[in-house]
Design a protein around this ligand. Sequence first.
Ligand code: LLP
Length: 404
Amino acid sequence: MKYINKKLSIEKVAVENIAKKYKTPTYCYSYRQLKENIRNFKKNFKSFSPLICFSVKSNTNVNLIKEIGKLGLGADVVSMGELMIAIKAGIKPKKIVFSGVGKTSNEIDYAIDKNILLINAESESEIKEIERIAKSKKKKVHVGIRLNPNTDAKTLKQISTGKKENKFGVNEKTFCELVKYCKGSKNIILKCLSVHIGSQILDHRPYEKMLRILDKIINKVNHKFEFIDLGGGMGISYNNNDKKLNYKRYNIAIKKFLKNNKSKIIFEPGRSIIGDTGTLVSKVIYIKKSGRKNFVIINAAMNDFMRPALYGASHKMLPSVKKNTNSKKTYEVVGPICESTDKFTTLKSFQELEENDFIVICDVGAYGMSLSSNYNLRPKPIELLIKGSKIKIIRKRQKHKDLV
Ligand code: LLP
């Protein structure tokens, strides 16, 4: 995104024109940014060519997943719905991994029928359930076991998953027992060790620690894992002062790990692939002065974009047009929903806003639309894919009649 003649543009399209034509709130994605992110991700780890499975939970738009598939990625899914959408988007089942702590019998049954690459189990009961269903189908099913490495990812506590108090994976002792159990099973083939310690990780050291733990445990269980699934979690810079994840150091640590362990690496990135491709365009409905505060009430709300309300996340906001004015103000940007957490950010020293101006929320491609809801019975936004000067509707705006 950049300003061309003072107009904020996504690739070659001015945000203002999008807002006028398609109304607001509107999610827009840049194809060029998506392609660039995938190219960079591959480049960072090219020496061991990992299987990169896009984490569908971060964005479930079937047309985006289609594009991601065409750019060579597989999929990481966590429910039957996500598995169905990945297959619908044309992702080959042999490039799909299925994670999640609570897969139901129905979901396991469906995944087995689809012959996906791996079901990554997260408990003893789940392993036994997979075995039971596989046996009833007279099949041998490829599984992974998710280890909880008890590693602090040094990220927000709400999106940290690799510590012993988190519900994810199994501890070292159970892991070792399950490896033994799988070796004795006729219907389960243990192919993978999986981990995922959290999301929005900007420090490479937790990853290094995680790899040291994996190395130790693999040595101990003495099992040849065809795959090591390292999960996702690579963070992005939401604000100019956020630090950047050091991919070089992560890559070095993996290469060192691979010297002792000849396995194929799988990654499950979501945010690092799609996060900065997305923008939410909205309109200022009212400006309300209340005491010393200037509230800017926009027509996007926490139901359209949950991250600020849910995690206190802060996202950059930009005006659609740079005005010829020196007048700057401080604004509290809020949505119309009846909750005090329906607040996006405080804009300090921002160009003066007026009612009906358009304003965008940046970096909403991951966990934006996928976390949206119909709270307050608000229809979900339209989604557009921008390629150069072309605009494609990739999901229609919901209508009130769909809801009422
Ligand atoms: N693999 C597993 C098993 C996961 O649980 C997740 C994310 C990923 C991969 C992808 O992680 P990523 O590369 O996107 O960080 N809604 C929160 C993030 C929740 C992440 C859940 N799991 C947010 O908006 O920050």
